[in-house]
Design a protein around this ligand. Structure first.
Ligand code: ADP
Ligand code: ILO
Length: 342
């Protein structure tokens, strides 16, 4: 493999930190699952507009390719190789009272965590047989959940176009054919062993075998962030009784994209901010102050529609789950104050 042909269009962190020296050091290395540097950087090489541009194949990739990933992780999360990750899933430690403004400006709230099974390669290097095993372990575990977590698993293989489009449009299901995931090897054998589990009113959902083997999601209309967080914690604790997740003392929960390490949590609201949308510099300044990321409403790399944005925590590693949600809550309160003043 030769050093990639980067152009001025390549803006990712991978491009920034894959110097010729780092490339020479890593180019012939591979993990026990045969995951190589070429596999790790392909998505960022093929998609110059990537922000990050690299994925791992397994937990071991984070040490084998550390000269590249440590730098990406430090840049994105502000977390160095000597830092340790901490967890806190106690909902009572969250200071997030509900008020009328939250319900007025927030259309919906969603909190998700990513998880991958211990002793299993990640989706980027998993075999068709192992992927089917993940689907079976997770869907069996889900079928034993009770009360408000009780639901049904729907396989993508055989799901009608009409149902999948409506689930995607209503923000419940992941889209097919994402070019970043495609070039990362995450869409191999699509749609086999992919699917979605949800309860009747779609407030608790689990995606199986997308970017991570599990995405555990709690969501509902309106701005009651604490209730959404409490439901997510309950679900995660129930699932932990039934399976073991890939975790490291240093990096927290192991995920295929380095942005999701640590808590693997993204707490987001779809929020109406039409006035602020006319002053994106000010909007971005507030987002930076509160460690927030601004996305459009149809997922990452999408655009805002009608002044509604997806606002979420940016930091996930080296901060606790409570802090991730607190970042989002505090930032949203500040954004609403400015929106009202405009
Ligand atoms: P993630 O990595 O968290 O899964 P995406 O940006 O790909 O992020 O979003 C996945 C889906 O979840 C998309 O359909 C998106 O519109 C939806 N979504 C994200 N946040 C919210 C929210 N607060 N309310 C409703 N839908 C949401
Ligand atoms: N590979 C894409 C996405 C990075 C972060 N988002 C997710 C979903 N992992 C990029 O580099 O822009």
């Amino acid at each position: 493999m030769n050093y990639p042909n980067f152009t001025t269009e390549h803006k990712s962190l991978m491009r920034k930190y894959l110097t010729k020296d780092v490339f020479e050091e890593l180019k012939d290395k591979k993990t026990l699952n045969n995951f190589t540097l070429e596999n790790a950087i392909n998505s960022g090489v093929q998609n110059p507009d990537s922000g990050i541009g690299a994925y791992v194949g397994d937990q071991e990739s984070y040490t084998v390719f550390a000269s590249l990933f440590d730098k990406i992780i430090e840049d994105y999360h502000g977390f160095t190789k000597d830092d340790t990750h901490k967890s806190n899933l106690n909902v009572d430690d969250l200071d997030a009272p509900l008020n009328d403004d939250l319900d007025k400006y927030i259309v919906s709230t969603r909190i998700r965590v990513g998880r991958n099974l211990d002793n299993m390669p990640l989706g980027t290097s998993i075999s068709i047989k192992q992927r089917a095993e993940v689907e079976s372990i997770v869907s069996n575990a889900l079928s034993s959940l009770e009360d408000d977590l009780k639901g049904t698993y729907y396989s993508l293989d055989g799901m009608s176009e009409e149902i999948s489009s409506s689930l995607i449009k209503d923000h419940f299901l992941f889209k097919a054919g994402d070019r970043f995931l495609e070039t990362a090897g995450l869409n191999r054998d699509w749609p086999k062993s992919r699917g979605i589990y949800h309860n009747d009113n779609k407030t608790f959902l689990v995606w199986i075998n997308e970017e991570d083997e599990l995405r555990i999601i709690s969501m509902q209309n309106g701005g009651d962030i604490k209730t959404v967080f409490a439901r997510l914690i309950k679900a995660v604790k129930e699932l932990e009784k039934k399976m073991s997740f890939s975790y490291s003392e240093h990096l927290g929960y192991i995920t295929s994209c380095p942005t999701n390490l640590g808590t693997a949590m993204r707490a987001s609201v779809h929020i109406k901010l039409p006035n602020l949308s006319n002053d994106m510099d000010r909007f971005q300044e507030i987002a930076n102050k509160y460690f927030l990321q601004i996305r459009g409403i149809d997922g990452e790399h999408s655009k805002s529609v009608g002044g509604v944005f997806d606002i979420s925590n940016k930091r996930r590693l080296g901060v606790t789950e409570v802090q991730c949600v607190q970042d989002m809550y505090d930032g949203v309160i500040a954004l609403i104050e400015v929106e009202k003043s405009l």
